[in-house]
Design a protein around this ligand. Structure first.
Ligand code: TXA
Ligand code: MG
Length: 342
């Protein structure tokens, strides 16, 4: 099996960072924690190393990767920031990086085509995770890292979940504990506009439209992107799919259990008054945000819960809808994609 290195003490952290950096320098891939989900990292400027990421994930080559920088100043190395959006980009990265926000910008020629799937743009961010940052600084080069799951599968938010996805396919997993956000970074593109710049959300995530509206007019890219030639090529309709069929209900009355079938419930608050917990004899109920109905708490548990329900071998996972604001936008988007039949 793939070795998993711990990071909970100073010496262990030092050893894990050193080993991860050594492998990345040698053109290998390594699973690393970030504040969003675990990433499968490779030296972004080494096309052979990046090819190993696609191979381990079985990811189609039309799906571009996110490039993680060691720090804000490194942006110039990989991206060409157009003069007309320079001030707003500067302001956003000053206040949001390091953090779960990815910005799509025109790429510099040094970024290999395999990273961007041949697009003229590159998606960049700076991770806030302490382990990831240490590795990025020690490597001193940009790191290409998609989520460390097999293509189309559930994103991993723990080292164990990475092992379940990629065991024996990669030489190292660094365990940084549970991810702080639990869902993937928000991806935006920025265009000039008057009176305000236009910020388009290509993938909803932890940074919400409310967080972004101080920087410009916030728009949402269309919800279901099935055409691979569109702007966020990875945003396929069917994504984040558990192996078990998943149904997202709009209201409890929509659910009519079929006799003999076994169902598990992904509940938002576990509140009886919401009308979901008593609908049938559930094989299992998992609550995203017990009692409180707090969206960030639900986000942290989201992929973990989905993965657990998927492991039960039930006939169908029934998902209760969440409020579609803040981080609820990203989770509802993921549930809709998970519910698309293959
Ligand atoms: O939180 C995250 O963003 C995690 C961690 C590991 O950083 N990474 C992640 O990567 O979610 P991945 O590969 O699962 O999703 C990256 C997505 C692509 O599927 C695509 O939609 C978008 O980023 N993307 C990458 N490059 C792009 C580009 N040049 N233009 C538009 N979208 C791009
Ligand atoms: Mg992914």
């Amino acid at each position: 099996p793939t070795p998993i290195l711990q990071t909970d003490t100073g010496p262990l952290m030092h050893k894990a960072v050193e080993e991860a950096t050594r492998l990345l320098k040698a053109g290998e891939v390594v699973a690393l924690p970030t504040e969003t989900v675990y990433g499968l990292a490779a030296d972004a400027l080494n096309p052979e190393a990046v090819a190993k990421v696609f191979e381990a994930k079985e990811r189609p080559s039309f799906d571009p990767l996110i490039v993680h920088l060691p720090n804000k100043k490194a942006l110039d190395q990989v991206a060409e920031v157009p003069a007309d959006i320079q001030p707003v980009v500067q302001k956003i990265i000053e206040q949001m990086w390091p953090g779960p926000l990815t910005i799509v910008l025109p790429k510099k020629p040094c970024v290999p085509d395999i990273v961007t799937a041949g697009l003229p743009s590159v998606a960049v961010r700076v991770s806030k995770n302490a382990v990831f940052r240490r590795v990025a600084e020690a490597l001193g080069r940009p790191i290409a890292a998609p989520s460390a799951n097999r293509f189309g599968s559930i994103s991993p938010t723990s080292a164990g979940a990475v092992a379940a996805e990629l065991d024996d396919r990669i030489p190292l997993i660094v365990d940084g504990g549970a991810c702080l956000c639990g869902i993937e970074s928000t991806i935006i593109k920025i265009e000039p506009g008057s009176p305000k710049p236009i910020i388009t959300i290509l993938r909803p995530g932890p940074i919400t439209p409310d967080d972004l509206k101080v920087y410009g007019k916030v728009k949402h890219a269309s919800r279901t992107v099935v055409d691979e030639a569109t702007e966020a090529p990875g945003q396929l309709a069917s994504h984040y799919a558990p192996r078990t069929p998943l149904r997202l209900l709009s209201k409890p009355e929509d659910f009519i259990p079929e006799p003999g079938k076994r169902y598990a419930l992904m509940s938002y608050r576990g509140d009886v008054e919401d009308g979901y917990t008593g609908l049938t004899e559930w094989v299992h109920v998992q609550i995203l945000s017990p009692g409180k109905g707090k969206l960030p708490e639900a986000a942290v548990r989201f992929f973990y819960v989905l993965r657990e329900l998927d492991g039960l071998g039930v006939d169908e996972i029934i998902a209760e809808p969440m409020f579609e604001h803040g981080m609820g936008i990203a989770m509802m988007d993921k549930l809709r994609r998970a519910a698309v039949k293959h």
